[in-house]
Design a protein around this ligand. Structure first.
Ligand SMILES: NC(=O)c1ccc[n+]([C@@H]2O[C@H](COP(=O)([O-])OP(=O)(O)OC[C@H]3O[C@@H](n4cnc5c(N)ncnc54)[C@H](O)[C@@H]3O)[C@@H](O)[C@H]2O)c1
Length: 238
């Protein structure tokens, strides 16, 4: 009988979505390994880990740490960066930086999670994609949508591979959310985008977290390789 606590890794844990996810997992008694480049305060049950997801060694170290003291059940790749800019002003340095954090960082997370969860007999990986990876978008660096489309494709590959090891891998594709990332658009554009949504508002972090919790939990036994739109109906792929 393994009496270690249930464990979860959340990357991007200092961000708006990451903090919401950490609170949600903590509320259910998980030991939460909260990884970010930004500082995070320790609270009971939460282990802050300074990790740059672009560095594979650091991500592998995170997996070792989390699986040493817990029964690791799930890994959520939520670290990401967003650069608001006109598409015709998009610079190459930002292209590399965005792909490196959003896509390469998620790849390192998927690889570390699959190896670790497979050794433990199974688990769940949840990636955070975006409606931008499905539709593209203006006013944001083109690398953002490209990186998120890559996250969606990575999700399907890790779903196929993971299925052989009891590891289900899915992604959420949120629309624009309330929080610091969407504030980069400025108030006027943000309000216009909110009004253009069929629900006439932006999404909330808890609305994304609820879907992540389902995909990351034991109730999810057969959803695998899905890119789940959580966007108020702004895009409804069939
Ligand atoms: N906010 C939105 O409107 C929205 C919409 C669709 C998808 N998303 C995605 O949701 C995820 C969470 O976004 P958020 O709204 O919480 O944004 P956020 O900016 O509040 O959080 C992102 C976190 O990622 C961390 N991070 C950045 N680079 C990192 C690195 N190299 N290593 C580790 N951590 C790093 C940041 O420090 C930050 O804490 C991101 O992947 C984002 O692309 C957000």
């Amino acid at each position: 009988m393994d009496d270690r606590p249930r464990g979860v890794v959340v990357t991007g844990a200092a961000g708006d979505l990451g903090r919401t996810l950490c609170r949600s997992f903590l509320g259910d008694g998980f030991a939460v390994y909260a990884a970010d480049v930004a500082p995070i305060d320790a609270v009971p049950g939460l282990v802050p880990v300074r990790v740059d997801v672009t560095d594979r060694g650091q991500v592998l170290g995170l997996a070792d740490l989390a699986s040493r003291d817990t029964r690791l059940e799930a890994w959520v790749n939520a670290a990401g960066i967003f650069v608001a800019c006109a598409v015709d002003d998009a610079d190459e340095a930002s292209w590399h930086r965005i792909l490196s954090v959003n896509l390469t960082g998620t790849y390192h997370g998927c690889a570390a999670a699959l190896a670790t969860l497979a050794r433990a007999g199974g688990g769940r990986i949840v990636n955070v994609g975006s409606i931008s990876g499905q539709l593209g978008g203006t006013g944001v660096h083109p690398a953002y949508g490209a990186s998120k489309a890559g996250v969606h494709a990575l999700t399907k590959t890790y779903a196929l591979e993971g299925a052989r090891h009891g590891v289900l891998c899915n992604a959420v594709a949120p629309g624009l959310l309330e929080g610091s990332m969407s504030r980069e658009f400025g108030d006027r554009r943000r309000d216009r985008l909110a009004q253009a949504n069929p629900m006439r508002r932006l999404g909330r972090m808890d609305e994304i977290a609820g879907v992540v919790r389902f995909l990351a939990g034991p109730s999810n036994t057969y959803v695998n390789g899905a890119i789940v739109p959580v966007n108020g109906g702004a895009y409804m792929p069939s």
